[in-house]
Ligand binder design. Structure first.
Ligand code: NCD
Length: 314
């Protein structure tokens, strides 16, 4: 007797989530649909499932993280996995071990999923070639941060119903931001129009080739936008001086209630965190529950990561 098989977009593709660039529209939509179920679960009183019971998840964080690390940690635990989170600043790396040696050591312990955040662009891809388990990218250098873009998409869909046809502005340090890159790919893929706004020194060359319109003026860039995503200055990735001063940056590129008026009347504000209040964003605006989706982004982040862990861990 033929057994009925559930056909999903993700089943037959490589079992790693390395970036939005490698994702199809179907796969992205499947993750978002699955995540909607977990939003409800996470709001209930009993949050634990056994979908990943018996599985071992290792979170390898080579860069500081609050939101992403705790979110992956909770997501794995709520799905019933055994989760080990390693702060790699205390690891053998300090003693000169390479990423590959670390990977081989951990691989010998038979993990089912490795979640990695690393300062080098491409580190998760390299890791995925060396281990036998699922690798999920939790942010690599300035390249990609796929689960951040997916949680941003879910937050927008939750509020606006859809992404198709929306106009989304991404403002700030586009040059050094993996969040910007992943969001440009995903929002374009889901049918939004994307504007990027940054000072000339923080705008990557050739950005228009990614299907966005680029602006160095907030007034023009925010015109008609439904969503305004603000980004932190990624000082840790800057060598040399990119800006005259933080004060001047705030003057021209910091989001204030006055500048938000350049966008649509019902425009909503997003920020991946951590926020630098008074640098890229006005502190009252950041907390204004009528416009700011920041807390919702954190909440839905857990749901998106649960969906990714479930769909990618076989
Ligand atoms: C972002 C990151 O690490 O890329 N933060 C996050 O994951 N929530 C953005 C940032 O650090 O500014």
């Amino acid at each position: 007797m033929a057994t009925e098989k559930k056909v999903t977009a993700i089943k037959n593709t490589p079992k790693h989530l390395l970036g939005i660039q490698n994702l199809s529209v179907l796969e992205a939509k499947e993750i978002l649909t699955e995540a909607k179920f977990f939003i409800k679960l996470n709001r209930g009183s009993s949050k634990k499932l056994d979908v990943l019971r018996g599985k071992t998840q290792i979170n390898l964080f080579f860069e500081p993280s609050t939101r992403t690390q705790s979110s992956f940690d909770l997501a794995g635990k709520r799905l019933g996995a055994d989760v080990m989170t390693m702060n790699m600043s205390n690891s053998a790396l300090k003693k000169g071990e390479t990423l590959i040696d670390t990977a081989m050591t951990l691989n010998a312990m038979h993990p089912d999923i490795i979640v990695i955040r690393h300062q080098d662009s491409g580190a998760p891809n390299l890791l995925s070639q060396k281990v036998n388990c699922t690798v999920i990218n939790a942010g690599d250098g300035r390249r990609e941060h796929p689960t951040q873009a997916l949680l941003d998409a879910l937050t927008i869909i939750n509020r606006k119903g859809n992404i198709e046809g929306l106009k989304i502005a991404i403002c700030g340090d586009i040059l050094h931001s993996r969040v910007a890159r992943s969001n440009i790919y995903l929002m374009n893929m889901l049918g939004a129009e994307v504007n990027v706004i940054a000072p000339k020194t923080l705008m990557p060359r050739g950005i228009d080739n990614l299907g966005v319109k680029s602006f160095t003026d907030m007034k023009k860039g925010l015109d008609g936008c439904d969503i305004v995503m603000m980004l932190r200055l990624q000082n840790e990735r800057m060598q040399g001086s990119f800006l005259p001063s933080k004060r001047e940056y705030y003057e021209f590129f910091g989001l204030t209630p006055e500048k938000l008026k350049f966008a649509k009347k019902d425009a909503l504000l997003m920020h991946p965190g951590p926020m630098n209040r008074g640098v890229e964003i006005d502190t009252k605006l950041a907390d204004d529950i009528n416009v700011s989706l920041v807390k919702e982004q954190v909440e839905l982040g857990v749901a998106v990561r649960m969906a990714c862990l479930k769909l990618y861990c076989k």
